[in-house]
Design a protein around this ligand. Structure first.
Ligand code: NAD
Ligand code: DAU
Length: 332
């Protein structure tokens, strides 16, 4: 049995990770989360308090981080500013949390020799053409496009340097687009589901032909656990479930599943610098560690996600108005 420090554990992927940890292992966890606009205490509701505790604080707070890392065996680092559109409006918190925060954690795990797993994104590799037969793999050169993805790329490079220079026991995973319960309504899929619940048309950026490679959040997290258990120190693993689909097709599927005509969406302003296509080749993870995804039918996972938002309005309602007010300013 080990004690985990889970940064960003009140966010979308982190809170689902803590649930997986409690359900599938005997480990205990401390969540360190600043509870920014994206973090919700309610996302940890129902978890056993003798297995999970929440410390509200900032990963840039070196004293706090040092104290928490000192009593942890494993640190799983989810905390980040995570939304591309926000990074275009104000990059500053992305520099603080994604770069300075990661540096602060690395210094603490170096001092206390804790095992560190860094959660990153496929966006560090830039984007692919729609007809490119290539997919991203572990040796694809870094080429990030947005303030968000460039700070994630920088944080990955910090981790690699701390492994090589100081012998920190770290692994990195770069995952594609996640969907599932407890995702903030600023993100593509929950935004469209909750818009439809509110009687508002889904909003497609530009022509809607951009492709994302969707994976259920529980599959992301099962891969993370497997990498922590049996991944090789210093290695990077790409996580993906072969879920490429363009945004227009996703919106049409949501409309159909929610009982609306499939053309009942509107086109809105495109995202500046909008990455065209992401696609993950997860061969290394599958062959080396034997991982495979459980949610292979995207439509079933999407239907379950729609049900979750329908039955958990109390969770998302408090965030909806402010989110849409932000989008209204950019015509999105
Ligand atoms: P999220 O925005 O839902 O959650 C981020 C959490 O971090 C929130 O709870 C927030 O309060 C917390 N946080 C932010 N700044 C903090 C700080 N300074 N100190 C402590 N806590 C802080 O994000 P998410 O979608 O769950 O993403 C989690 C991680 O996974 C991120 O590192 C992101 O880059 C990565 N990732 C996300 C996706 C995706 O599709 N969402 C895909 C691949 C990788
Ligand atoms: O690829 C992994 C990344 O996936 C993570 O690193 C990020 O943290 C996560 O936010 C996500 O980034 P994206 O920018 O791909 O996700 P987002 O949900 O913002 O948008 C998905 C696609 O949908 C993208 O092409 C933009 C488009 N979009 C988004 C919104 C919010 C729309 O067409 N309409 C919308 O209303």
């Amino acid at each position: 049995m080990a004690h985990y420090l889970v940064t960003g554990g009140a966010g979308f992927i982190g809170s689902n990770f803590v649930r997986t940890l409690v359900n599938d292992t005997d480990h205990t966890a401390t969540v360190l989360d600043k509870l920014t606009y994206a973090g919700r205490r309610e996302s940890l509701d129902g978890l056993p308090t003798d297995r999970v505790d929440l410390v509200v604080g900032d990963i840039c707070d070196a004293d706090l981080v040092d104290r928490l890392v000192a009593r942890s065996d494993v640190v799983v680092h989810f905390a980040a500013e995570s939304h591309n559109d926000n990074s275009l409006n104000d990059p500053s918190p992305f520099i603080d949390t994604n770069l300075v925060g990661t540096f602060t954690l690395l210094e603490a795990v170096r001092k206390h020799d804790a095992r560190f797993h860094h959660i990153s994104t496929d966006e560090v590799y830039g984007d692919l053409e729609l007809d490119d037969p290539e997919r991203f793999h572990e040796t694809t050169p870094y080429n990030p496009s947005s303030p968000y993805s460039s700070t994630k790329a920088g944080s990955d490079l910090l981790v690699r340097a701390w492994v090589r220079s100081f012998g920190v026991r770290a692994t990195i995973s770069n995952c594609s687009n996640n969907y599932g319960p407890r995702q903030h309504v600023e993100k593509f899929i929950p935004r469209q589901i909750t818009n439809l619940i509110d009687g508002v048309h889904p909003k497609l950026y530009g022509a809607g032909l951009n492709v994302r490679d969707w994976i259920h959040v529980d599959d992301h997290n099962s891969a993370v656990l497997q990498i922590i258990d049996s991944g090789r120190i210093g290695e990077t693993y790409l996580i993906g479930a072969d879920g490429e689909m363009n945004n227009k097709s996703v919106v049409e599927m949501i409309l159909r599943l929610m009982g609306h005509p499939t053309d009942a969406y509107e086109h809105v302003n495109d995202r500046p610098g909008h990455d065209l296509r992401y696609a993950i080749d997860s061969t290394k993870l599958r062959t080396e560690l034997g991982w495979k995804p459980r949610y292979t039918a995207f439509e079933d996972g999407l239907a379950a996600t729609i049900d979750w938002y329908r039955t958990n309005e109390a969770w998302w309602r408090p965030m909806k108005e402010a989110t849409e007010a932000k989008y209204a300013k950019t015509g999105q």
